[in-house]
Each structure stands twice: as C-alpha cells, then as structure tokens.
Design a protein around this ligand. Structure first.
Ligand code: SF4
Length: 373
C-alpha cells in the first residue's frame, strides 16, 4: 500500500474526468490555499470537545465572515445522527475519523485508488446501522457536482467497513449549502469504474467542458483549440442563434455563449503567452512586430518626494491627494512591522482606520454552477 502522493485516479480527479476522459490532473486549482487553511482549522475544531470549537486559535483569528463559514461546515458534520452518537461515546470526533486517507484495493490488495476524505464516520459497532457517513467540505463559490469524487470515497469506505451503503454530505461553506446523497456500493462503483474505464480506453477523446481550466493539458489541448477555432470561424456547429452579444436575449443562449467565451479566453491567454515566448526567443511571427509596452513610472520614496515638493512650496494637501494607500497594503505593512498573521493585521487595520476605508463600487463576476447538484 502506497503512503505518499496522489494516485493516478485520485477521487478529486474523477470530477472533471467524468466529463473528459483526457483530463490531466495538476492544473491550478482556484481557492486551493484558502481551502487548505480552512480544512486545517476545521480539523482542529472537530478534535476539541463538542461545544468548544470556537476556542480553536486559528478560528479566533479569522474574520467574522470566515468564522460563519467554518461554523456552517462544523455544524453540518455535527448535526448528523452518526456524529452525535460518536460525540456521545467519545466526547468529540476522534482524530482518526478526520482527514482520513481511504483506499480502494483489488482482490490482490493492489491500490486502485486512494484519497483523503474530510470526515469518515463508520458504524460504531455491529449493533449500529450499517452504513458509512461521509462529509467533504468545499470552499469555492461554485456549486460543482462532486458526486464522482464522493462516490469514490464511498466505495473505499464501504470496502473498508464491509458495508453496502454510504450517506454523503458535500458541504459548500461559502454558499451555505449542503448536498446530500445516499448511495449503494453498486451505484457508486458503477459510476467510479465507468469513469476509470473511459480514461483507460486508448481511443478516448477530449471533450471541452467546464473543468478545462483545472486541466494541466489545457494549453496544448487540440479539442479546446479546435473549439476556439470553430468559434472564431463562426461555424454552424457552434449552436447559438447569434454571435452578436448584444442581440442575445434568451438566458439559455447567453449562458451557452458565456461558457464558450470563458473557454476561449483561456485559449487566447495561452496563445498570447506562447507567442510572446517565441518572439522573445528570436522567432519572427508573420504580420506581427514586437513592441515594448510602456513601463509604469512610480516614486517609491514618498518621503523624499514630499521633502522636495515642500521645498518649492507645493501645498502638502495637494501632494497627499496624489498619493494612495490600499487597505491591503497597510495590512501587509502592519503584518511585517508587528509580526502579525494576515488575519490579525486585517483586524488591526480595521480597528485603527476602519472608518476611513472607502469601498470601491462592487461589480459582479459570473461563475459557472453545476446543474447536477
Ligand atoms: S483541456 Fe482538453 S483534455 Fe483537458 S479537460 Fe479540457 S478538453 Fe479535456
């Protein structure tokens, strides 16, 4: 049994592989650092006696909004009947049930896949209901469909405990949403082995989808490139009624156009990046010439500049009106000057100058949500 690294079929990779059998794990994952930090805090919260979770140090350092998110994730676990039984017996959830590595093995004890689940609660004993109770926390804003990942954990947990049923909870902290599933061994293994079989098929083909941005092969993916070319050529097989965005009035059509636009943007960025690399490497591109873009002119030494301007009689108020300071920059300064964590520096700045902070106009971003949850 291997103990390090990710298996070729890590449960998390099955989510995009459900849509594209050519998906390559390893691409960047949005929210990864933030999610890791929140997972670590929640694991510590669960290790404390029930009711004392807010005593966790990391929890106390977080902003009110993050604490609310963590509370939601914590409560979603503790409200399950199985968790209540464990707390009744042990006083908390023993650490062996949190951040568990689970394995699925073949008849010869070779790993088929393995991965780490957030909370895995087996039956307490032979008299308990014979199902496994699984929870996974998600911290992105999108309600992706994580069934493939959780079904993989489910068959690992069922194999380990000799049970035939899994009760699954996917907790979307930022969205305060819980998706729940009850799945049998037969249903879960059918989905998981179906994906693995598709990925092992030598004749598999790439199918662009909402997870292309997670794929390590996106920069050289012919399917994604070809999709972009089709769009650029306005071919009929790009099935939307008009290419003029202002003329799209149907929500379904606009959603379709937006999906394709996001895929195209990735492709365009990738092309520009590699084209610049070619030009910097000495290659001429027909029809293009390299042109230096103007660099931003800044004055890092504000004190020296102020002194010089003051000497020639410039009104200090006018000078200051030309300077700006972002709250994030001031937090970074306090963090360094006083050795504070980012969260504590944010609180410090809020206490000192919170009433002076001006918030810019809020915009919106459009993120894809799964229709399957
Ligand atoms: S970039 Fe290509 S290989 Fe990767 S998921 Fe998208 S279509 Fe599949």
């Amino acid at each position: 049994m291997s103990n390090v690294g990710h298996h070729e079929f890590a449960p998390s990779s099955l989510v995009p592989r459900y849509y594209c059998a050519c998906f390559k794990p390893g691409g960047s994952s949005e929210y990864a650092d933030e999610g890791t930090r929140k997972h670590a805090i929640l694991a510590k919260m669960l290790s404390l006696p029930a009711g004392c979770q807010t005593e966790e140090e990391g929890y106390k350092e977080e902003t009110a909004a993050v604490r609310e998110e963590l509370d939601f994730c914590y409560d979603a676990v503790m409200e399950s009947a199985r968790a209540k039984k464990h707390v009744e017996r042990y006083g908390n959830l023993p650490s062996r049930f949190v951040e568990q590595r689970l394995y699925l093995q073949d008849d010869n004890f070779n790993d088929i896949l393995f991965g780490t689940l957030d909370v895995f609660l087996p039956p307490l004993d032979a008299d308990d209901d014979q199902f496994v109770d699984l929870t996974d926390w998600k911290f992105g804003n999108e309600l992706h469909d994580y069934r493939a990942q959780l079904f993989a954990y489910a068959i690992c947990a069922m194999q380990r405990t000799g049970t035939q049923e899994a009760r699954i909870r996917v907790v979307y902290g930022a969205r305060k949403h819980v998706a729940q599933f009850i799945v049998s061994w037969a249903e879960a293994s059918q989905l998981v082995f179906g994906i693995i079989r598709k990925c092992q098929d030598p004749g598999r083909s790439a199918i662009p989808n909402e997870y292309c941005t997670w794929c390590d092969g996106k920069l050289e993916c012919p399917a994604l490139t070809s999709l972009a070319l089709k769009v650029a050529a306005e071919r009929e097989d790009w099935d939307i009624s008009t290419f003029h965005s202002s003329e799209i009035t149907e929500p379904e059509e606009m959603a379709k156009a937006l999906t394709l636009a996001k895929l195209l943007k990735k492709w365009i960025d990738a092309v520009e990046h590699h084209a610049k690399e070619m030009v910097l490497g000495g290659t001429d591109l027909p029809g293009f010439k390299a042109q230096k873009s103007g660099s931003k002119r800044t004055i890092p030494d504000i004190v020296a500049a102020f002194t010089e301007c003051n000497l020639v009689g410039l009104d200090p108020a006018l000078f200051v009106s030309g300077c700006s300071l972002s709250a994030a920059k001031l937090e970074a300064i306090f963090s360094e000057a006083e050795g504070l964590s980012k969260a504590k520096a944010k609180v410090r700045v809020e206490e000192l100058v919170g009433n002076l902070i001006v918030h810019g106009k809020e915009g919106i971003s459009l993120r894809a949500i799964s229709q399957k949850v």
